[in-house]
Write a protein that binds this ligand. Sequence first.
Ligand SMILES: [Zn+2]
Length: 478
Amino acid sequence: MTGIVRIGVEIHCQLTGLNSKLFCKCRGDYRNDLPNRNVCPICTGQPGTMPLLNNKAIDYSCMIALALGCTIPSEMGFYRKNYFYPDLPKNYQITQYDSGGIGSVGSNGKLEFGKEYARIRRIQLEEDPGRLIYEGGDMDTSFYTLVDYNRAGTALVEIVTEPDFKDAATVRAFLNKLTSILEHLGVCNTKLEGSVRCDANISIDNGKRVEIKNVGSFREVEKALNFEIIRQESLSSRNIEIKSETRHWDNERKVTKQSRAKEEEQDYKYFLEPDIPIVLLDKSYLNSIQQTMPELPDKRRTRFVEEYHLSDHVSQVLINNKEMADFFESAVRIYSSPKEIANWLVSDLMSYIGVSKTDETSLTDLKIGPRHIAELAKLVDENSISRHTAKSMLNRILRTGEMPSQLVGQFDSSKIIDEKILTKAIEDTFDSERAAVIDASSNPSVINFLLGKVLKLTKGRADPQIALSLIMDKLNKN
Ligand SMILES: [Zn+2]
C-alpha cells in the first residue's frame, strides 16, 4: 500500500563564482588549502571586527531569485541566527529571515521542469559554516572531530521548496533543472565537491514530518528518499507511529538513521544583524540585473530548436548539462552540421561522461573537445569515413586526444565509400587489367577478379558493395 507522499527540499548552493567570502576578503575558493589557512578575524568572528557585505553575492542571489520567478523585496536584511556548534566560530550564523517586511532575497517563486512544477517558498543568502571532519568514522562513531574554518563565511544561497513532490524521481528531475539553471547563471559550479547540498523533509498521509540531512550528492538524495518512503510505509502498515525527527543519510550503508544530535525546535533568537545595513533593492537595480542575466535553459532550448532545427528532446538533453550544450555550440561554430554533431553528443559522448555513473564526471576531464567532434562529423558528412569507423575512432580519441584527420587511413575497418576515390581506384584497375575487362563481358566471374584488384589497390579499405556496383556501371558503359 502506498500512501500520499509529500516531499519538500532545501538546497544549499555555494556561490562559487565569487572571488571572496560573503563578509570578508578571504578567498571564496577554499578547496585546495591546508586546513584553517583561508581565515581572517572577520570570518572567525573575533571581537571588534565588522562584516563587509560582498556586493557581487547580492547580484548573484538576485539572479537566482529572478530565475526562479520569486518576489524580491525592496528592502532586504540580514539576521543573526544564534546557536552553538563547533563549525560556527561566531556562535551565530549571519543569514536571512522573514520578519516585519525586511525580507530575504526572494519568496513565492516557481520552477517548472518538464510538465511539472514546484513552488519555491523562499531563497536566502547566508554564510556557510566551517567543516567538521570526523576522523575514523561518522558523527556517531569517530574517535575525534577536527574543524576546518576555511569554508566558514563563504556565500551560500538556500532555496526552500513547498512540499510539492510526490516521489524521489520527481525531486531528482527538479534538482537537475535547478542545477542547469545555476550553471547557466554562472553563479555556482555544481560539479565541485559540496557546492550543492540537499536536505529533504518527507511525510506520508499527512503524518509527522521527517527531516533528512547530510546527503552528499543529488544522486544520493533519490536513494535516501526512496529508502525513507519504504521505511515510513513499513512502519505505518504495522501501525507504528512515525516520529517527527531528523535523520541522517548513511552513505556507506545506504540507510537513513536517527540523529543523535537534537536539531529540531531550537530557539535561534533571531535578531537583525546590527553590523550590516539594510540592502535596498530598487526597480532600476533589479532591471539592470535582469538585463545582464545570461540565457536560461528554457530559452536556450527553444533557441536550439529554432536555430539548429534540433528536436525538442535532443535540445533538452543537451541543455540539461550546460557543459554539453556549450560543447555543442562550440563544435557547430567550427563545422556547421548541428544535427550530426548533436547526434554524436547525445548518442555517443553522453555515455562516456558517465551521466549514469557519477554526478561528478565532467566533459573537461575528457581528451576530446569540440574540434574533434566537428572534424569527425565533417569526415562522416563527406563520406571520407563510415559512421562505424568514426565510432571506433571516437573510442581511440577519448584515450589519446588525437585529431580524427590524423587517424584516417590508420583504421583497417575504415571503408572507403567516397565514390570519387573508388572511381579513381577502379579506373586505375581497368587501365592495368585491360584483358580482364574485355573478358568480363563474356565471363561474369572475372568481375570478382576485378573487384579483388580494386580491394588490393585500396589496401582492403574499399567498400566492396559500392565498388562492385561502380565496376558494373563502368563495364556497362564500356
Ligand atoms: Zn575571512
